[in-house]
Structures are given as structure tokens and as C-alpha cells.
Design a protein around this ligand. Sequence first.
Ligand SMILES: O=P(O)(O)OC[C@H]1O[C@H](OP(=O)(O)OP(=O)(O)O)[C@H](O)[C@@H]1O
Ligand SMILES: Nc1ncnc2[nH]cnc12
Length: 233
Amino acid sequence: MTSTSNQSTPQVSTSSEQPAALTTSEAAILASSKATAQDASGRQPASSTASASELASTKITLLGTLRRFADFPIPGINFIDILPIFQNPATHKALLRALELQVLEFGAKPDVVVGLDARGFLFGPQLALQLNASFVPVRKQGKLPGPCVTATYEKEYGQDFFQMQEGAIKPGQKVLVVDDIIATGGSAAAAGSLVKQLGGDLIGYLFMLEIPFLKGRDKLDGVHTVTLLETDD
Ligand SMILES: O=P(O)(O)OC[C@H]1O[C@H](OP(=O)(O)OP(=O)(O)O)[C@H](O)[C@@H]1O
Ligand SMILES: Nc1ncnc2[nH]cnc12
């Protein structure tokens, strides 16, 4: 996929067509795509330029698709709605492609993709298929049959329990935990602790979106964490 689009690629502005005012997140994406595409001599190899610019374009498109709802689900929470991405096949496809590119940053192919109930199920199984990996769910308590391991956690708007089925991960398997959003990091940290209880080798966390001011990464014990998009607004 390149920014010279085909029908399944979201339409993205070229630099001469940029809207007059970029948001802070969009400007940061453009700056980092220019920096990372350069080699040691300052030149930009064609393939790396293409994929960096593809990723930067996709990020801007996806950020523009998000919606905000004030005071949902409780007063004081600025809820970021990712669902519009899935309403459009082009943005849906671009998201999956971008996440697949982000997995390269882990330097190892996961054996298992673990997705968190419920929004981690929107793209986790598809990503697992693209990586030729297994998909295993983390579910809210009371939804999984058979013996389970359980972890309690606090998230941005409440407390909950997560479970995984015993035997769902084989000891030593390389596991990537994926979810839509990392806010305070409580959900992801609980999922990581379940993976470890089952003997998995937690190689990292991958999120569609991070809310940096909530400092969720601080709860992830330094485990490699990659996020496609960031917004504090
Ligand atoms: O970083 P945290 O503060 O823990 O918050 C992030 C979690 O909150 C949301 O899930 P939610 O529990 O609302 O469930 P849902 O996916 O079923 O909507 C989101 O999908 C993450 O899993
Ligand atoms: N602000 C937020 N918006 C959407 N999902 C969330 N999960 C935790 N915090 C959230």
C-alpha cells in the first residue's frame, strides 16, 4: 500500500494538500516519519520511505476517524470511540495493515495473539491470522467455561476481573497482547499477568491507541510496548 492510492486505500493528503492546521498528534507523526525514513547518510531508501510515509498517512487518517464523547460512561471521562474505523472497509483494512507493520518492531514473530474483551476482539483474530499465529481471548469474569486463571484490575472507569482458560497458552509460547486502547494500563497489566501465570513468554503489548497523560505504560513492567496512535485530546 502506498500513499498513491488504490481503491481500498484511504485517501490521504500529500504534503501540498495538507489541511492548514495539523493537530499536535498529526504534526508529530509527520515529523517522525521524516526522521525514521532516513538512513545513516541522511538519504531516504525508497522502500523505507514508502513504508514510513504509508504508515504516517494511515495514522493521520485513523486519528481523524476517532470520535469523542464527554462524560461517557461516567462523568469526567472523555471517551474515545474507535468504532468508526470499522465502519469503513478502507480504514478497517488500513488499520490491520498498519498493525501488522507495527508487529515488526517486536523483532520476533508471536506464536499467540491475546486479545482483550471486548474491543481487542475487533481486530485481534484478524491480526493473528495475518501473522499465522493462534488467537486466545482474555474475557471478563464468568464468560469462559472450564478451569480459568483470574486477575483483578482497575481501569480508567472502574474495577473488573479478567480470566483466561488454563491450557490456552502452552508454556514458552511467545505471546503478544493486543487491545484497542491503553489508558491507565490496568487492563493490559492484568492480561499480561494472566499470560505469565499460564507460562507464556510475553514478548510485548500492541495497542491501536495510547492516551499518554494517563501513563498506562508505567504499569507494564518495561515490557516492549508499541502503540499505533496517540492522543491526549
Ligand atoms: O488502560 P485501562 O484504563 O485499563 O483502560 C483500557 C481498557 O478499557 C476499555 O475496555 P472496557 O473495560 O471498557 O471494555 P470493552 O472493551 O468491553 O468496552 C478498553 O477497551 C481497554 O481494554
Ligand atoms: N477514555 C477512554 N476512551 C475509550 N476507551 C477507554 N478505555 C479506558 N479509557 C477509555
